[in-house]
Write a protein that binds this ligand. Structure first.
Ligand SMILES: [Fe+2]
Length: 417
């Protein structure tokens, strides 16, 4: 019997949906341009079976693909679970066999050694294939017509990391993908493998290095010349896993580190810059200007996630979990490991901002992200207070202005129209 009634956080809007569907000729409000021919694919998480612990992270939900297929002014919808070995094992057992987030010690013994990844983070269309991505495993290839799960993909055996980021970067100039895996050689390893994969899907470069401490390396920044690797206060250890805890806890005493490495560089060329307690979960964009490498991102003051609590036992603090659009500038001519940080917009923003992918790694003007404007209404009764991190606006932010091709930023980011 599947029973979600004792899951207090899975009610209403947050209740699991638990279905697969095909909806042909979706109802349309307005008119779809008849020349629009293609698919919009989204990937997210949903619990098929309830988690084994109330302490678990939503990042442990099963992956679910939704696709809207447009042609001749008509749209069809298709929804499918990502059929990982884990999903199939759970289905056979009619219950959740896997324990808390990225902790195999909490699994049912019957699934020991099985790929325990859920593929719930990012869909990726690259080199003629559709993939789902989750940072604790290889990409999974998906049939782009049926959404059936084909299985893990290691780029013809040349991608050696056991893990693959959910946020690879595709260079709009060359078409190649810069991607990486952290904990690359196994659970609790400090290895990162960084790859370049050409637009045909062939691995052309591998760089292996180690991070200052084992941490979440969820996203990177890419410029035309450099890769930027943020490392921040989430910590883990074999000891905490054996205690049955979720993979990550927050250590507020840990400095943030940011690695900068030339795209053609070797491990010895990485410079690690050091900063205060911060969390750079997602990046907006980055660029290289002479000897300066510039990263713009929504950066949190501290731990953004209540489900990865502080390791010192203190309660998660929503007041400190605030993100602002910040610009970090790394001077490659500097003699020390410091960098500058500017706060470009004074209101809290969501960390899931984007730029037009055609400008990734290049000078750009606009970024788009949700943010919180205290002067504008927010229906807390309906949406809950989300523990202090609410968004009630979506903004276009105008900043770097490109004159010619390599101009210096002329203005700070401003709230756009
Ligand atoms: Fe992400």
């Amino acid at each position: 019997m599947v029973d979600f009634s004792n899951q207090p956080t899975m009610k209403g809007f947050f209740a699991p949906t638990r279905f697969e569907a095909d909806v042909y000729d979706c109802e349309v409000i307005g008119k779809i341009p008849s020349e629009l021919n293609g698919a919009f694919v989204r990937l997210g998480g949903d619990w098929f079976y309830p988690p084994t612990s109330q302490e678990d992270s939503p990042f442990n939900m099963d992956g679910y693909l939704g696709m809207f297929r447009f042609k001749h002014g008509i749209v069809d919808y298709k929804g499918r679970w990502v059929k990982t070995p884990r999903f199939k094992a759970d289905r056979r057992a009619h219950k959740q066999l896997f324990g808390v987030y990225r902790n195999p010690f909490t699994d049912d013994p019957s699934v020991r050694g099985l790929d325990r990844s859920v593929q719930n983070t990012t869909p990726l269309a690259f080199a003629g294939k559709l993939f789902t991505l989750k940072e604790d495993s290889l990409p999974y290839e998906i049939d782009c017509n049926t959404l059936q799960t084909i299985g893990p993909w290691d780029f013809h055996g040349k991608y050696k990391s056991l893990t693959f980021t959910a946020h690879p970067k595709v260079d709009p100039v060359t078409g190649e993908m810069i991607c990486y895996g952290y904990e690359a050689t196994g659970l609790e390893s400090n290895d990162v493998f960084l790859y370049t994969i050409n637009k045909e899907g062939v691995v052309t470069r591998e760089l292996r290095f180690k991070v200052p401490y084992i941490s979440m390396v969820h996203d990177i920044g890419l410029t035309q010349k450099h890769v930027i690797i943020p490392v921040f206060g989430f910590v883990t250890s074999m000891e905490r896993l054996k205690q049955g805890k979720v993979h990550w806890g927050w250590d507020s005493t840990k400095p943030s580190y940011v690695g900068v490495v030339p795209r053609e560089g070797e491990a010895k060329d990485i410079r690690w810059f050091k900063g205060p307690e911060r969390a750079t979960v997602h990046t907006l964009n980055a660029r290289t200007e002479g000897e300066k490498v510039i990263l713009e991102a929504a950066i949190f003051d501290s731990n953004p996630f209540p489900f990865f609590p502080p390791i010192d036992g203190s309660p998660w603090d929503p007041q400190k979990a605030r993100a602002y659009i910040r610009r970090n500038t790394f001077n490659l001519n500097s003699k020390d490991d410091g960098f500058t940080e500017e706060k470009l917009f004074q209101m809290n923003v969501s960390d899931l901002g984007r730029v037009d992918d055609r400008y990734l790694s290049l000078p750009y003007r606009y970024a788009f992200t949700a943010y919180s404007d205290p002067k504008r209404p927010f229906n807390e009764a309906r949406a809950g207070n989300l523990r202090g991190r609410v968004s009630n606006c979506y903004g276009r932010f105008a900043g770097h202005r490109c004159r010619g091709c390599q101009s210096v930023p002329r203005s700070r980011l401003q709230r756009g129209g």
